[in-house]
Write a protein that binds this ligand. Structure first.
Ligand code: 1GP
Length: 232
């Protein structure tokens, strides 16, 4: 059965609407600043994503509660580990790091989260997560101990994304890494969009409206921007 939040994404895409998620890293976010932070976001924002490669202070619960209190936008968890789960959010991107070959991030973390997720009302959205080289070593590469796929390996990236879809992923996330020097390139986004039928998320290193538009033009359905809003 298709959940409400996923159905909304599909419906928006059918209506030609492009989606924008702002990513909040709980480790770098001050809950006291929630209202001010929300007031600085572009009006095109459609989703709030919360998560990070690490969450040492276990702040995710409090951060999500604050966002839910002050915003009507859907809050999706974008977890760096099985510990970043809170029922206060609306949905969870159930990520599998298909670009890497570390079993812990392909299935291990997911097994540890499974029984918790079964007992929550969170909408769980299986997501094929591909780390693509953004020109600097990303936190994802460091924490997962995997190597990003080179941007030149377009056909391998497309095949990996397609395998993810064939394994049941409902979304594909092309990730250049937070603070990437280079965002995911147009040929990669175009190729994945053309080959797959599931919505395409693109994030990492997108700082301007122009870059965002470029990603949409290439075929991104949802763009994620994080670092650029962190300085608030
Ligand atoms: C990181 O894709 C997101 O997981 C967002 O990246 O912080 O570079 O915007 P930025």
């Amino acid at each position: 059965m298709q959940g409400l939040f996923y159905s909304e994404i599909i419906a928006s895409i059918k209506n030609g609407q492009k989606l924008l998620a702002v990513l909040i890293d709980p480790e770098k976010f001050s809950v006291a600043n929630t209202l001010r932070f929300l007031s600085t976001l572009p009006e095109e924002t459609t989703h709030l994503f919360v998560g990070g490669s690490t969450d040492e202070n276990n702040a995710i619960n409090e951060v999500v509660s604050g966002l839910k209190k002050h915003s009507k936008l859907p809050v999706f968890l974008f977890p760096g580990s099985h510990q970043q789960v809170t029922e206060k959010a609306d949905a969870l991107l159930f990520l599998s790091l298909h670009s890497g070959r570390n079993p812990d991030y392909l299935i291990g973390q997911q097994v540890r989260a499974a029984s918790v997720l079964k007992n929550t009302s969170l909408e769980v959205i299986p997501t094929s997560y591909l780390l693509i080289d953004g020109g600097n070593k990303s936190a994802v590469a460091r924490v997962s101990a995997t190597t990003a796929m080179p941007q030149e390996s377009v056909s391998e990236i497309i095949d990996t994304a397609l395998a993810g879809q064939l394994m049941g992923a409902k979304l594909v996330y092309l990730e250049a890494g937070s603070g990437a020097k280079m965002a995911v390139s147009t040929p990669i986004i175009e190729g994945v969009k053309k080959t797959l039928s599931i919505p395409v998320i693109v994030g990492g290193g997108i700082r301007t409206k122009e870059q965002r538009e470029q990603a949409y033009q290439a075929g991104a359905d949802l763009v994620v921007m994080g670092t650029v809003f962190e300085a608030v």
